[in-house]
Write a protein that binds this ligand. Structure first.
Ligand code: MCN
Length: 806
């Protein structure tokens, strides 16, 4: 398949897949152990003799620490030690890392696992208790007496940008960096000067709490290497964590083993290295005993990174027909109190996408990172790309209103035409493949768009007070992080490759070692399908090992919807190496030319005489016994690949939401939703749909329900799930899903990622629907989340505005 195909066309053409091969809806191998309780999460681990750690956290968002009295806590039963930041100063080889210094002059304060002089956000650790039991450690936290001198807080981004109170005195400013992408500033100026229509909007992305099902946890166990450390962590990135433990704690890397056991979701929040991980290692080292910690839910609200948190100024310049000629996006992005692992890079991941799926000749993007007295921000599902998609898709609706056409028409006029791919965007990226209009057409059909518009008008004409709104967004995202050279040009410290080993064991089963770290995405199933499809074996014969740096020493882990387009592709390539080697062995044994062999159903057969054949199992045993191999061949049946992709991949799609908004109460109900996504070739359509389902709910949650709410002193008001509104199945309708298939030409599987797509699309889709429902009342925008109170107030303001104008 080379062009876009609907599923029906693709099925008609493709050869029948093997059972459990590429394209099959194989049930997830992982699920039995997850559903039966067999899976072991960090907190389930039995570690004899382990001490428990609990952290004393600042209740103030900004306060000087003038004294800490640990005496009372130290005297409590079961308490072994209480350490302050000063006590631990010599435990660190370096401050905690930020691996993405986006500009040469980026400012970053030293960030220690336990604060020394002052606390910079409510939740910042100021001391740590080590005790025999978890309850003893938690109780002792209450007995540590800390003297604080509260300081003025820096909370508002726009105020902080102009300085005033400076959070980190040594930096002299709250601005960490300004990053600019402006390939042709004159062209942008000219386009705005010539524009017939200009849209200028300000959008605010509230902070979100990632709220993975499993809070974080860590266990650090001295050994097994002399002077070494085994670390169990609920992390998405065991490989990166291993490097960072060495850099921060000074344990030689060859002596560190990191294991991510079963991990209950992360959504980017576990693409992180945290104070508690370094503390557990440092304390286990100092005390010579295992040290462990499990986060509580309300602790997670303040101590695990937050997502989003930015203000966008978005401008479009368009001609008389509404064809966009230039985009100008300026951002203030909330870093929180410190830079975590990739905090400054998050807005940069969206920087290239503020013109979205539209053919826009001139482009300007700039982002300033601001320090505030709040929990640090970092990657949260979509990381930069939901924000970009929100800005452009909301602004396109505003442009439609300005030009006087509908949301469908403005998009059709501006899409990048399918014959322009690969498309060199004005932002500097090359979009690999795309065909946007079929996803719009199919989504309109699925949702019954024309009938909805009739019903919307009927309700308005009848003077009903529950209004119908239809919101549309077409998105494109860049994922499959990433070509290492591109990451280098963006100043990201690490590479973007992925490693895989595939070996056929002597008795015929297949072992895959992957550098990816699944935490809900079903890699064991997908990777088995890729291998089974190529080898022609049963996927049940394939075992996938991962998430343990001693088993899988090479890897770059799971984030940025990279696992399939980088890690899965590496698995496919390693399988091809196995096949090439098996051919040589079989040709040698069967005394034929390699080209005469074909691989059919797990057997290498001589073309035309299928009785002359060797099963892969027989070939593997020959490789193992090594009695009669071709000259110069190593005795194994194994392929090993480290794959660095040549480009990102660019999934896309169109989502449509239908909402009902009650004018009298402000209540919004999400009543229907259609999503037509294109992630290239699908390995397992059922997993793809699951990813889209979860993604949509997460994106809709930003639009309607979720927000980290702070008071004026910088205290988080809703850290628990009683107050923080994570939606359940009850809040969402059944989704209508379909897809098109436009393969990526940049990898041999033709795949693109899907892990973040739903979240990227859903937020603007739902907000567009809410605004559409109320547009006849004069509402042009609404602040997220669109809670009943906020919707109601917005309607009143719009009414007041209309009255003032008349
Ligand atoms: N897939 C497929 N065919 C495609 C694309 C994907 O069959 N064309 C399958 C893959 O084989 C894989 C799954 O879909 O089994 C997701 O693949 P991919 O898009 O490569 O994404 P990753 O595996 O790299 O997952 C990361 C992504 C991110 S960045 C976040 S955040 C996220 C997400 O995945 N967090 C999740 N999905 C999550 N799902 C769960 N349950 N929990 C999280 O924390």
């Amino acid at each position: 398949m080379t062009a876009t195909e609907t599923p029906a066309e693709a099925d008609a053409e493709a050869p029948a897949p093997t059972v459990g091969g590429i394209g099959d809806r194989l049930l997830r191998k992982e699920d039995a152990r997850l559903l039966t309780g067999e899976a072991r999460f960090v907190d389930d681990l039995q570690v004899p003799g382990a001490l428990w750690m609990a952290l004393v956290r600042s209740p103030f968002a900004h306060a000087r620490i003038t004294g800490i009295d640990v005496g009372g806590a130290q005297a409590l039963p079961g308490v072994r030690h209480v350490f302050t930041g000063a006590d631990l100063r010599d435990a660190w080889a370096n401050p905690m890392p930020c691996a993405w210094p986006v500009t040469d002059d980026m400012k970053s304060p030293d960030h220690w696992p336990v604060a020394v002089d002052k606390a910079c956000f409510a939740g910042d650790a100021v001391a740590v208790v080590v005790a025999d039991s978890r309850s003893a450690a938690i109780d002792a936290v209450e007995a540590v007496v800390v003297d604080y001198e509260p300081l003025d807080v820096v909370l508002d981004l726009e105020t902080a940008a102009t300085d005033g109170t400076v959070l980190h005195e040594a930096l002299g400013t709250n601005r960490s960096f300004t990053w600019t992408l402006s390939p042709d500033p004159d062209a942008v100026e000219q386009a705005f000067a010539d524009a017939v229509h200009v849209v200028s909007e300000r959008y605010v992305h509230q902070r979100l709490i990632p709220a993975a099902m499993e809070p974080r946890g860590v266990v650090a166990v001295p050994g097994p290497y002399g002077g070494g450390m085994t670390v169990y962590s609920s992390t998405q990135i065991p490989h990166i964590l291993k490097v960072m433990i060495t850099l921060t704690c000074g344990v030689p890397e060859s002596k560190v083993r990191v294991i991510a056991p079963a991990v209950g979701g992360g959504f980017g929040s576990k693409l992180e290295v945290y104070a508690e991980e370094f503390l557990a290692v440092a304390l286990a080292r100092r005390l010579g005993l295992p040290v462990r910690w499990t986060e509580t839910r309300s602790e997670a609200g303040v101590a695990t990174i937050h997502g989003r948190g930015l203000v966008q100024h978005m401008e479009l310049a368009a001609d008389a027909q509404g064809k966009v000629q230039a985009v100008r996006a300026k951002l203030l992005s909330d870093m929180g109190a410190y830079l975590q692992l990739v905090t400054p890079g998050i807005p940069i991941l969206g920087a290239f996408l503020y013109h979205g799926v539209y053919d826009v000749p001139a482009y300007h993007f700039e982002c300033t990172g601001i320090f505030t007295n709040r929990t640090p921000t970092d990657a949260y599902r979509g990381a930069g790309r939901p924000e970009a998609t929100y800005a452009v898709e909301r602004a396109m609706d505003a442009l439609a209103a300005e030009v006087g056409v509908d949301a469908v028409e403005i998009r059709r006029r501006n899409y990048i035409a399918p014959d322009k791919f690969p498309y060199a965007s004005s932002g500097g990226l090359t979009y690999d493949s795309g065909n946007y209009e079929p996803t719009l057409d199919r989504a309109l059909e699925l949702i019954g768009h024309d009938a909805l518009r009739v019903e919307q008008q009927r309700r308005r004409d009848a003077g009903e007070t529950v209004h119908l709104g239809v919101g549309i967004a077409t998105y494109v995202e860049m994922c499959g992080l990433a070509p290492s050279r591109v990451l280098a040009s963006l100043k990201y410290a690490a590479g973007g490759w992925e490693a895989a080993t595939v070996r056929v064991l002597p008795t015929g089963s297949v072992q895959v070692v992957s550098g990816t770290t699944p935490h809900g995405q079903g890699h064991e199933t997908s990777w088995s399908q890729i291998v089974a499809d190529r080898l022609g074996v049963d996927p049940a014969l394939v075992e996938v090992l991962h998430s343990d740096t001693a088993v899988s020493p090479m890897g770059m882990d799971t984030y940025g919807s990279r696992s399939l387009p980088v890690g899965g592709v590496a698995v496919a390539m390693a399988t091809d190496e196995v096949i090439a080697k098996a051919r040589r062995i079989a040709a040698h044994q069967l005394e034929c030319a390699e080209d005469d062999l074909e691989l059919v159903g797990g057997e290498l057969q001589v073309r035309g005489t299928p009785a002359r054949a060797m099963t892969l199992q027989a070939v593997a045993f020959e490789a193992f016994s090594a009695h009669d191999l071709p000259d110069d061949m190593e005795p194994n049946l194994q392929g090993q690949v480290t794959y660095d992709p040549p480009n990102f991949v660019f999934p896309f799609g169109t989502h449509i939401a239908v909402v009902e908004v009650d004018e009298e109460t402000g209540l919004v109900r999400l009543v229907d939703y259609a999503a037509v996504d294109d992630c290239g070739v699908q390995i397992n359509p059922m997993i793809v749909e699951g990813q889209v389902h979860g993604g949509i709910v997460q994106g809709a949650a930003q639009a309607l329900w979720e927000e980290a709410v702070y008071d004026d002193d910088g205290t988080l008001q809703n850290p628990t799930l009683l107050d923080y509104c994570v939606p359940s199945a009850a809040e969402v309708p059944n989704f209508r899903l379909d897809h098109t298939v436009t393969p990526s030409p940049t990898n041999p599987l033709g795949v693109k990622g899907i892990g973040e797509a739903g979240t990227i699309a859903a937020t603007p889709t739902v907000v567009n629907a809410v605004v559409d429902a109320l547009s006849h009342l004069g509402v042009r925008d609404i602040q997220m989340p669109a809670t009943p109170e906020r919707v109601w107030s917005t309607i009143q303001q719009a009414r007041q505005g209309e009255e003032d104008r008349s």
